[in-house]
Design a protein around this ligand. Structure first.
Ligand code: CMP
Length: 436
């Protein structure tokens, strides 16, 4: 049984994608230019038939996902395939042209070759391959959608150009290539509503066709332009949102005549948020996820802080997950007071980036400097007492805040952690009293 996510299956899907695109270009071209089925075209037809047949066999042997589970039972796979894409694959595989060429009805071949078009059914399937590409998240989703849109526009233009050829009378001096180039050019000028008018319909059929393409083309053009504008705006959705936020805040600050130095402080704060986390608020981005998934992602995102904080080292996974889920990322600007001596405290903080000074109430005496991986604010929580010192930032600081309620719950359940943190708090208190 083939795994649908395996490398081999992905390679095979890519082969099918390439062959299907080739078929999409070859089929209408062969039909409108009445190219005889011989030489490379005969070989191509045989190769496509073989590859599409192998594809059916492969699909019959590929497990599929249902409600998150991998279904491997042959019967189920068959049922699923029959309900889904089997008939598309089946009809796309029948080599109508090869059948007619090898029967006594050879004379009918030219008429019956029209059935070749059925092969184009396979095009409907390639959206599946595209969505699999998209889910791999290799390139920006908006750029990817733009590429897909362009792909369909090119395929549609090719079909329209072939229709134009079918209905037209061309000068006998023109080669097939000239005719195609001219028709494709006509298609593009018409679809984009530019319509130079240098190539005009030569038959009634072409006039009717032009009217049809003009009407549908105008709608299609509007759709494409609208989509492209939307996709471009969304290419960097984070940047767009960030810019919008900055503009709103700057307009507000101007309107309320906020002093210039405060305005530049706000701006540099937002710049820092952009540079350090692309403006994302990690806690709200993941809000909708189920808790286990959220905690896995949080552990991954915060693995740096887990590695940096010595008391987390060697702690059990359950403990780390519990703490991480309740850590709230916060940012402070240089010179901010995070904690003031004498205030009641309801949170403790872990430093992820930056450094802070432990200072006296007036800020003149510095008792200690804490940096990445260290924590503060635990004394007020452990003793339910006022803050023993003030904490002032030295630089931009990325911190994680842990609320008192969570802190107490965690202490209850993990006595080792309680002991360690209590010991450090005692040491710090002793140092403070020695300094005062
Ligand atoms: P808390 O009293 O809640 O608020 C001020 C914090 O400063 C305190 O908790 C400790 O985490 C921290 N602190 C106090 N004294 C020192 C010290 N000597 N060295 C490092 N940190 C300290």
């Amino acid at each position: 049984m083939i795994n649908p996510d395996s490398r081999l299956k992905t390679i095979w899907d890519n082969i099918i994608l390439i062959v299907t695109v080739a078929v999409a270009f070859e089929t209408p071209t062969v039909l409108v230019f009445r190219i005889p089925l011989s030489g490379p075209f005969l070989i191509f037809s045989i190769v496509v038939t073989v590859i599409f047949s192998i594809d059916i066999v492969i699909n019959l042997n590929t497990a599929f996902h249902r409600e998150g589970k991998l279904v491997k039972k042959r019967g189920e796979i068959l049922k699923n395939y029959m309900k889904g894409w089997f008939w598309t694959d089946f009809f796309a595989t029948i080599p109508f042209e090869l059948i007619f060429i090898s029967t006594p009805f050879f004379g009918l071949n030219r008429i019956f070759r029209i059935f070749k078009i059925i092969r184009l059914f396979k095009l409907a399937r390639i959206s599946q391959t595209f969505s699999r590409f998209r889910s791999k998240n290799i390139i920006n989703p908006s750029i990817f959608r733009m590429i897909i849109l362009m792909f369909w526009v090119i395929i549609a233009s090719h079909f329209i150009a072939c229709g134009w050829i079918l209905l037209g009378n061309f000068e006998s001096t023109m080669t097939d290539f000239d005719i195609y180039l001219q028709s494709f050019y006509w298609t593009v000028t018409t679809l984009t509503t530019i319509g130079y008018g240098d190539i005009t319909p030569s038959t009634n059929g072409q006039i009717i066709y032009t009217i049809f393409i003009q009407i549908t083309g105008a709608g299609m053009y509007g759709f494409i332009i609208g989509n492209i504008a939307n996709l471009i705006a969304n290419i960097d959705i984070a940047k767009a949102q960030y810019r919008e936020k900055m503009e709103k805040i700057n307009t507000f600050m101007k309107y309320r005549s906020i002093p210039n130095d405060l305005q530049s402080k706000v701006n540099s704060y937002y710049n820092y948020l952009w540079e350090s986390r692309r403006g994302y608020d990690e806690s709200s981005v993941l809000e909708d996820l189920p808790t286990p998934l959220k905690s896995d992602i949080s552990v991954y995102l915060n693995k740096e802080i887990i590695e940096k904080v010595p008391i987390f080292k060697g702690a059990s996974n359950a403990f780390i997950k519990e703490i991480i889920l309740h850590l709230e990322p916060v940012v402070f600007t240089p010179g901010d007071y995070i904690v003031r001596k004498g205030d009641m405290g309801f949170d403790m903080f872990f430093i992820s980036k930056g450094s802070v000074d432990v200072v006296s109430e007036d800020g003149k005496i510095t008792y200690a400097t804490l940096s990445s991986g260290q924590f503060f604010g635990e004394i007020a929580l452990l003793l339910s007492s006022p803050r023993t010192a003030s904490i002032r930032t030295n630089s931009y600081c990325d911190l994680y805040r842990l609320h008192k309620d969570t802190f107490e719950k965690v202490l209850e359940r993990y006595p080792d952690f309680e002991e360690e943190i209590k010991a450090l708090a005692e040491k710090r208190k002793a140092e403070l009293s020695a300094n005062n």
